[in-house]
Design a protein around this ligand. Structure first.
Ligand code: PRP
Length: 178
């Protein structure tokens, strides 16, 4: 049996910090006032939303969580999406920004945008830290993307492999996993 490890840093903590500041500045420019609902997708996006929210230098930022699962323990998407935790606020008429750690096949986000659109928000956009365009199966319109990355399995900064590595402060490439 092979041993998984995450030695190679793809994006450093410092690069992440700088990029989040840039993304936050664009978001504040686009949404200068009024409530802004960050809808964060658990679990992977929990660190990104915490840092992005603190970088948003404006009032009225609301932080909400949803649970969506499509991977289980496998490295690739099963294509099965399920809501494991729904919002407990009404987003009708609100500016909503979905905050994700990674868009890979696009299956999760295309499902989620369809679901939230049915609740009639005023605006609905997507911010993701990582974008893996090579892997896209379902088209997804991303408004704010931190980094485009190659088709490698990455962990850290919220992203896991079988629930490990989420606590790394940088993004690393996983090798040797089954
Ligand atoms: C990951 C990630 C995204 C999704 C992206 O979540 O956080 O939500 O996969 O992949 P896709 O574009 O192929 O749908 P995962 O299901 O691994 O759960 P987690 O966030 O709890 O780790």
């Amino acid at each position: 049996m092979s041993q998984a490890s995450a030695e190679r840093v793809l994006i450093s903590a410092d690069q992440i910090r700088k990029r989040i500041d840039e993304m936050a500045a664009s978001i504040v420019a686009d949404y200068p006032e009024g409530p802004l609902y960050l809808v964060s997708v658990l679990k992977g996006a929990f660190i990104f939303v915490a840092d992005l929210a603190r970088a948003l230098k404006r009032s009225g930022v609301r932080i909400e969580f949803m649970g969506i699962s499509s991977y289980g323990k496998a490295k690739t998407s099963s294509g099965q999406v399920k809501v494991t935790r729904d919002l407990d606020v009404n987003i009708e008429g609100q500016n909503v920004l979905i905050v994700e750690d990674i868009v890979d096949s696009g299956i999760t986000l295309s499902y989620l945008t369809r679901l939230l659109q049915q609740r009639h928000p005023k605006t609905l956009e997507i911010a993701t830290l990582l974008d893996k365009p090579e892997r896209r199966i379902k088209p997804v319109k991303i408004k704010y993307a931190g980094f485009q990355i190659p088709d490698e399995f990455v962990v850290g900064y919220g992203l896991d492999y079988a629930e490990d590595y989420r606590n790394l402060s940088d993004i690393r490439v996983l090798t040797g996993a089954d």
